[in-house]
Design a protein. Structure first.
Length: 315
C-alpha cells in the first residue's frame, strides 16, 4: 500500500464527507493505493455516523472510535498503530489542510529520501493576535530548544516513512513535537514544505490560547526527556552534588569559625549561614533521592494503555 492518511477529529461532522471525497479524488488521480483512517476522539456530534457511512461505501475508509476524548496525541498514536502504508500522511479534519499537497509530500519521502516532511503554513488565515504571534514565539522556542529547524511545528499536515511512526511514542500532548521525537529516535532527515493553509469552512476551532501554554510546558518536558530521559541521575545527581557542596561549605566555615575564631560569641544556630547550610544539604539530598527514584522507575516501568477504543471499522 502506498499511503495511509491518518485523520484525528473531534466534532467535525460537517467537513468529513467533503474531506473524504477530496482525498479520494487526489488518490485516484495519482493512482495511489491508500487507506483513510479516521480517529473519532470522543465526538459528541454525528461524526461517527458519518465515518460509519463512509466506511460502508468504501473499503479504503477505516474508523477508530474512542470511548471519550483522550486528546490528539492519543488519536494519532492509535492511527499510527494501524497504518499499513509505506508513507503515512497526517492531516486535520477541518479542511484547513489541503489534500492536493499529498502527492508532493509522498514524493519527498519516497524519491528525496526524507524520513519526515513537515508542512509549513507560511501564509495563514488565523487571527494574528490569538494564533499567529503566539505560534511564531512557540516555533522559535521549539527550534532553539530542540535543534530541529522547522518553521511550523504545529502544522497537522505531515508525511512520514512507515518505520518512523512505528518507532515513536506519541503521548500526552506531544503531537506538536513529533519531529523532535523522530530526531531523538534516530530519524534525522527531516524536511519542510510550504503548504497551502485554508480558512476554516465549518464549525469552530477546538484549540484556544491555552494550547500554547501547554505547548511550552511540553517543550520543557521533551527537552528534559531527550537529554536526561534515560539517565535522570545525571541531572538530579549533579544538582544534588552542587546543593550539598554549598551546604557543606557553609557548615565547614561555621565549624572553623566556632572552633578557632569565635569572634561573635553567638551560637551556630543563631547565625543565618547555619540555616542556609541546613536547607541546601536537605535539598541536595532530595535531588539525589529524586535521581534514584527516576532510575528505579525507568527500569521498572511498564507500558500502559492511554486510551480506550469503543469500535473499529474495516480493520
Amino acid at each position: 500500500m502506498n499511503i495511509s492518511v491518518v485523520i484525528p477529529l473531534l466534532n467535525e461532522e460537517e467537513s468529513l464527507i467533503e474531506l473524504h471525497d477530496w482525498i479520494a479524488k487526489v488518490m485516484q488521480s495519482n493512482h495511489f493505493t491508500y487507506e483513510i483512517i479516521f480517529i473519532d476522539d470522543g465526538s459528541t456530534d454525528t461524526s461517527w455516523n458519518v465515518i460509519s457511512k463512509l466506511s460502508s461505501l468504501s473499503k479504503h475508509v477505516k474508523g477508530i472510535r474512542f470511548l471519550k476524548n483522550f486528546g490528539k496525541s492519543q488519536a494519532l498514536h492509535a492511527g499510527f498503530e494501524k497504518a499499513k502504508g509505506d508513507v503515512v500522511i497526517t492531516m486535520d479534519a477541518d479542511l484547513q489542510d489541503n489534500p492536493d499537497e499529498i502527492p508532493k509530500l509522498y514524493s519527498m519521502i519516497v524519491n528525496d529520501g526524507f524520513d519526515l516532511v513537515s508542512g509549513w503554513k507560511k501564509k495563514r488565515y488565523d487571527s494574528v493576535i490569538s494564533k499567529n504571534l503566539p505560534s511564531k514565539l512557540f516555533n522559535w522556542a521549539a527550534r532553539k530548544t530542540s535543534g530541529v529547524k522547522l518553521n511550523d511545528f504545529n502544522c497537522g499536515l505531515k508525511a512520514y516513512k512507515n518505520v518512523v511512526v512505528k518507532n515513536i511514542d506519541v503521548n500526552g500532548e506531544m503531537h506538536r513535537y513529533i519531529p523532535v521525537l523522530s530526531k531523538n529516535a534516530g530519524f534525522t532527515k527531516i524536511g519542510e514544505k510550504i503548504v497551502q493553509h485554508q480558512a476554516r469552512k465549518y464549525g469552530e476551532t477546538k484549540f484556544g490560547v491555552e494550547r500554547f501554554i501547554n505547548g511550552f510546558l511540553d517543550l520543557i518536558t521533551i527537552w528534559f526527556l531527550s537529554r536526561f530521559g534515560k539517565r535522570p541521575m545525571h541531572l538530579f545527581g549533579a544538582l544534588g552534588f552542587i546543593m550539598f557542596a554549598i551546604g557543606f561549605g557553609f557548615s565547614f566555615y561555621l565549624g572553623i569559625d566556632k572552633l578557632y575564631l569565635n569572634r561573635t560569641g553567638r551560637l551556630i544556630t543563631e547565625r543565618p549561614q547555619f540555616y542556609i547550610a541546613l536547607s541546601t544539604m536537605i535539598i541536595g539530598t532530595q535531588f539525589f533521592v529524586a535521581g534514584f527514584l527516576g532510575e528505579i522507575i525507568l527500569r521498572t516501568k511498564r507500558d500502559k494503555t492511554r486510551y480506550s477504543i469503543k469500535k473499529e471499522l474495516n480493520f
